[in-house]
Design a protein around this ligand. Structure first.
Ligand SMILES: Nc1ncnc2c1ncn2[C@@H]1O[C@H](COP(=O)(O)OP(=O)(O)OP(=O)(O)O)[C@@H](O)[C@H]1O
Ligand SMILES: [Mg+2]
Length: 239
């Protein structure tokens, strides 16, 4: 469903992504791993239309979207949940969720109410908190709200940038199991994580980026089993 071909991305003079090529199959959960500054967020931001590639193509469902605006990309079914979550703390939980459906608000009002209900089924911890200010939620609930808002765009492809950052292990586990359920419902997921262990457990495949280039791409079980890959690119993580 997604094919990245020879992608080059710069942040002014910094060459953040260098000749990156890979494919993601429909319904797959891909973990994107790598050290700080490797280019993981740049990759997600470029797919989402926030950064314009200097070279290369991003083929999404047979169409090159590399020159589309971020807004058009959302309409095509790609949703980015950024690292800093970008929750509106002074708005209610419900309004934050509704903002995710802003682009279809006029023509889709009844479906939006239905979707809102569904999101609260996916994240029962947010039930009963709809009227609370988003800023009053715990970090874990804010992350769930950020994912919920992303889901309100009705995505086919979900891009998550380090959802586990700053969260307690139990909450991370809960979020990972929600991702597995979303995948089972047909959503394709690209998950950027520094929490290698949690990400590899739920992912089908893993893409390791090192200084803007692909260092390794393969089944996550292969990465889990291969201590030389882990030691070379991921530090001495125990799996
Ligand atoms: N907006 C920006 N302006 C200038 N340079 C940037 C910008 N965003 C990222 N960079 C640089 O591009 C490179 C890749 O950064 P990126 O944020 O994509 O890495 P990352 O793998 O997400 O890192 P982290 O694990 O710290 O989130 C780094 O050298 C970073 O300093
Ligand atoms: Mg990042």
């Amino acid at each position: 469903m997604l094919e990245i071909k020879n992608l080059d991305v710069f942040h002014s003079y910094i060459h953040a992504l260098k000749d990156l090529s890979f494919t993601v199959k429909e319904g797959e959960l891909v973990a994107v791993l790598g050290a700080n500054g490797a280019g993981k967020s740049t990759l997600l931001g470029t797919i989402a239309g926030l950064y314009r590639p200097a070279k290369g193509e991003i083929i999404y469902r047979d169409e090159d979207i590399s020159k589309c605006s971020a807004e058009r990309i959302v309409r095509k079914g790609i949703s980015l949940i950024p690292e800093n979550r970008e929750i509106f703390g002074t708005l209610s939980v419900r309004d934050n969720l509704l903002l995710g459906a802003f682009h279809r608000y006029r023509k889709d009002k009844t479906t939006i109410q239905k979707d809102l209900k569904e999101i609260l089924e996916i994240f029962p911890a947010l039930k009963g908190r709809e009227k609370d200010l988003a800023g009053s939620l715990s970090g874990g609930l804010q992350q769930m709200l950020a994912i919920g808002r992303g889901l309100m765009t009705n995505p086919r492809l979900l891009l998550l940038d380090e959802p586990s950052i700053g969260l307690a292990p139990l909450v991370v586990k809960e979020i990972m199991s929600i991702l597995v359920r979303l995948k089972a419902s047909g959503v394709t997921i690209i998950l950027v994580e520094q929490n290698t262990q949690s990400a590899l457990k739920v992912a089908d495949s893993a893409l390791i980026i090192e200084r803007g280039r692909i260092a390794h791409m393969g089944n996550s079980s292969e990465v889990i089993a291969d201590s030389s890959i882990r030691e070379a690119y991921l530090g001495r993580v125990c799996l």
